[in-house]
Design a protein around this ligand. Structure first.
Ligand code: PLP
Length: 437
């Protein structure tokens, strides 16, 4: 039990994992340790970073804001960065979804993280029906989904090692089978059957559009999502898009739902919202949902807040990030990364020890053949160690190894990551052959 540091780190088994790596500064796609090691951030520091670390425009905006106003209660008060960000976000989302089916997203509720953005969306959906006097208590989700670690978000997520200890405390959610390629009909049939029986009692369908991140970068088809959304709409079930990971260009389009051609009723954003600079969440809602809480009776307000809701520094960072999106060809960078990933996918697909090599936007992923699957598969730690020893941060999820870099990453760094991953897989070869024998 003897430890030098009192810090309890997230998603860390302290009995097994050594000392945390101390990072002193960061720039672009690179992290620098106290003792001068240069590490390429191959996972955008848990999928948050978009434009690179310490982007000068965001640094400047946060510094200027810090000298003026850092934080003020957001109930009954507001400030310029929050107002400008709200309008800017809605403009950006409106333009991205132009021509897509559904009501426009017209209201923005701020919170602090992806989990809190999800909690707010679930409470908005359930609360809206309750206020309208409609008894809709059921929630639909996809098996294997991950929406965060607060209780509502855990309940919406698939049941797994992440939440096994808490299962008795999680409210009931109907999890549809994940639509593996070729199995889409099974998912659609399960959805149809559920809606025929329970559609009128179902408040919302919550989903990670096109990619389930934490369950192993599992991709599914935009067409299927469009179909599922259409079916839900027939039964008045609200669509909650968890774009916490997929939002802000990660999959190649500004938001993943754009590729499925529909506007969700509630959209959850976080991670890339501030360019990955400061913690922040946002839940975007339609006027219809907002109206369900707009009432003469005070008791019908949306009873939800976190102390730092609308934090002025986070708003300033997000606003600066939005400006970068407006001024710089960010999606072209994502397309460049996608092209490099696709080339690399060609090479990796030829390896006998990997499978399901896949690319979407800035995401590259593969599964190691013959390894135990699941988040805890030891092969993940072996790859992590090898990559770190060679100056690259990748954090495989068990047998799923993925690369998800900041959009500013240079080609030479990408090439280095692919080459190092290739060598890391070679270093495992003996183990894989032994496992297969
Ligand atoms: C799709 C998705 N939703 C929600 C969350 C939770 O976000 P946070 O960790 O900011 O609470 C995550 C985090 O990885 C995520 O990937």
């Amino acid at each position: 039990m003897a430890r030098v540091s009192p810090i309890w780190h997230p998603m860390t088994q302290h009995k097994i994992f050594g000392r945390a790596v101390a990072i002193e500064r960061a720039e672009g796609a690179h992290l620098y340790t106290k003792d001068g090691q240069d590490i390429i951030d191959g996972i955008s520091s848990w999928w948050v970073n978009t434009h690179g670390h310490c982007h000068p425009k965001i640094v400047e905006a946060v510094q200027a804001q810090a000298a003026k106003l850092e934080q003020v209660i957001f109930a009954g008060f507001t400030h310029d960065p929050a107002e400008k960000l709200g309008r800017g976000l809605l403009r950006m989302v409106g333009a991205a979804f132009e021509g897509a089916g559904g009501l426009p997203l017209e209201f923005v509720f701020y919170s602090d993280s992806g989990s809190t953005a999800i909690e707010a969306a679930l409470k908005m959906a359930i609360g809206a029906f309750a206020h309208k006097g409609e008894k809709r208590t059921k929630i639909l989700a996809l098996d294997g989904g991950y929406h965060g670690d607060t209780f509502g978000a855990m309940a919406a997520g698939g049941r797994s090692v992440f939440n096994a200890a808490y299962e008795p405390y999680l409210f009931e959610v109907e999890h549809l089978p994940f639509p593996e390629a070729g199995q889409e009909k099974k998912t659609l049939a399960a959805l149809r059957t559920f809606l025929q029986r329970h559609g009128s009692q179902t408040a919302a369908f919550v989903f990670e559009p096109l990619v389930q991140g934490a369950s192993g970068m599992r991709f599914y088809s935009p067409d299927l999502l469009r179909h599922m959304a259409g079916l839900c709409r027939e039964y008045g079930v609200l669509l909650i898009a968890d774009e916490v990971m997929t939002g802000f260009g990660r999959t190649g389009s500004l938001f993943a739902c754009v590729r499925s051609g529909f506007i969700p009723d509630l959209m959850c954003l976080s991670k890339g919202l501030t360019g990955g600079f400061l913690p922040m969440g946002a839940t975007l809602a339609t006027r219809d949902i907002y109206k369900a809480f707009y009432h003469d009776e005070k008791a019908k307000m949306f009873f939800h807040s976190t102390s730092f809701t609308g934090n002025a520094l986070a708003c300033a960072a997000a606003l600066a990030s939005l400006q970068i999106w407006e001024e710089e060809p960010v999606l072209e960078d994502v397309a460049r990364i996608e092209a490099s990933h696709s080339r690399a996918a060609g090479w990796f697909s030829a390896r006998p020890d990997v499978e399901n090599v896949r690319v979407m936007g800035s995401i590259f992923a593969l599964d190691i053949k013959g390894a135990d699957n699941g988040y805890l598969a030891p092969v993940g730690a072996q790859i992590y160690d090898y990559m770190m020893a060679h100056g690259v941060l990748l954090r495989p999820m068990g047998d799923c190894v993925y690369i998800l870099p900041p959009y500013c990453i240079e080609e030479a760094d990408l090439e280095y990551i692919y080459a190092t991953l290739w060598a890391a897989l070679d270093s495992l070869r003996g183990d894989v052959e032994q496992r297969a024998a």
